[in-house]
Design a protein around this ligand. Structure first.
Ligand code: NAP
Length: 376
């Protein structure tokens, strides 16, 4: 029976075995809009870590594949994935929630025929999809959705969710499964999140551990926008990896840095950083964490950060992405990209060299925490 450590070691071996072709893919990429392009993506230490790799600390998120905010046409979604793969990305995250199945269907179509040992694939559990022809747009998802959803964090619910995902993705095994959006900031839950947590502690979590032992999944964790559920899962169960979204960005990071990171270190749990661009704000869009209500002072802070970045020969998006990949507990940062051009730009950001003085200036001006790790 494979267990957690077999999976982690196995993933590391697979990463090492495929490292050469991946690096070649990354180095081969010809285009660049950044003046100072380094040779490769920041990488996890091969074989040295007990934490899951992928080899590169850079993956791609699947929200845009699910038509977040607006419709992403099929060809554009495919081109985004092609550009990501061409630049060496080998970690792909999705969820049944993203476009109510659409993101998984598109990602599965793209991965069809690619050797599973060459990439890491994560999806999520917690919502079961219910066919409903009356649903067009729902929440932040657009287009002809045709599905509604209900929450289910029971053992049977998460097993069914994984089986549904396997079929939508067209794969026989999923590397990582995250318990999705079980959090106080989920507006469907609010204070009731603890009731859902209780269900998950008795149902979803032990069942995902069993599925890990059965080899249907490689590992599991939480995929959430708040820190409390991540801490609770580490304290009360046996997660491998936490997808912590919205809590670790250039603008807002102290809580994750001071409460979550030490807990992860102490328990050999690694982190994947979701929404590293604040859902677009740090790349210049008008969305901060999925809302157009931008918190007071954030636009001014973005302007100051952008100006200091320009003064040091870099740009805000580049700083924002590299910042999230720098801590030792972070295995990958996974920005979303709307199209091929954004995917290529984000790769260029991840390979650019940022002068150390830039980070020191941010610390001197109180724009990032003194104890925040910065790229070397
Ligand atoms: N609870 C959870 O588990 C959870 C929560 C959040 C996120 N996540 C994961 O984290 C991933 C990333 O989050 P996200 O995509 O929602 O937010 P994000 O990565 O912070 O921002 C993505 C958005 O930034 C803009 N952008 C990206 N690259 C750009 C570029 N080069 N130039 C200009 N704009 C650029 C695009 O906005 P436009 O589309 O407007 O152009 C894009 O949609 C998700 O896809 C998901 O896999 C998980």
């Amino acid at each position: 029976m494979p267990n957690r450590r077999d999976f982690l070691a196995g993933a590391a071996l697979a990463a090492a075995a495929t490292a050469a072709p991946r690096l070649m893919a990354a180095e081969k990429h010809p285009e660049g809009d950044n003046n100072c392009v380094a040779s490769t993506l920041p990488s996890n230490p091969p074989l040295a870590s007990k934490l899951f790799p992928p080899e590169h600390r850079f993956g791609v998120g699947g929200t845009q594949l699910g038509n977040m905010f607006k419709v992403t046409p099929d060809e554009q979604a495919e081109a985004m994935l092609e550009a990501s793969w061409a630049s060496g990305v080998r970690y792909f995250d999705t969820s049944p929630w993203y476009g109510l199945g659409l993101s998984e269907r598109r990602l599965g179509h793209f991965l069809d025929g690619k050797p599973p040992q060459e990439y890491v694939l994560s999806t999520k559990v917690g919502r079961l999809l219910i066919p409903d022809a009356s649903v067009d747009s729902i929440n932040i998802w657009h287009g002809d959705i045709n599905f509604n959803y209900r929450y289910d964090y029971t053992a049977a619910g998460v097993r069914r969710s994984v089986e549904d995902s396997l079929q939508r993705l067209g794969v026989p095994k999923i590397d990582l499964v995250y318990i999705h959006d079980l959090a106080p900031s989920n507006e469907d839950m609010g204070d009731d999140w603890k009731k859902y947590l209780d269900t998950a502690l008795k149902g979803a979590m032990p069942e995902l551990t069993r599925m890990r032992e059965e080899g249907i999944i490689g590992g599991w964790g939480m995929g959430v926008n708040d820190i409390e559920p991540s801490l609770a899962a580490i304290d009360n169960a046996d997660p491998d990896v936490i997808l912590q979204a919205t809590q670790y960005t250039l603008i807002k990071h102290e809580d994750a840095l001071n409460r979550l990171f030490p807990k992860c270190r102490d328990n050999d749990v690694s982190l994947v950083i979701g929404a590293p661009l604040g859902s677009g704000f740090l790349a210049g869009t008008n969305h901060w964490m999925y809302s157009t209500d931008i918190p007071d002072g954030y636009r001014e802070q973005r302007e100051r950060l952008s100006r200091i970045a320009r003064d040091h020969g870099t740009d805000l998006r580049t700083a924002a992405l590299q910042f999230t990949a720098a801590p030792d507990v972070v295995a990958a940062t996974i920005p979303g990209a709307r199209d091929a051009e954004q995917a290529r730009q984000n790769y260029q950001s991840m390979t650019a060299k940022i002068p150390a003085e830039f980070w020191q200036t941010l610390k001197n001006e109180g724009l990032i925490a003194q104890n925040a790790p910065t790229p070397s």
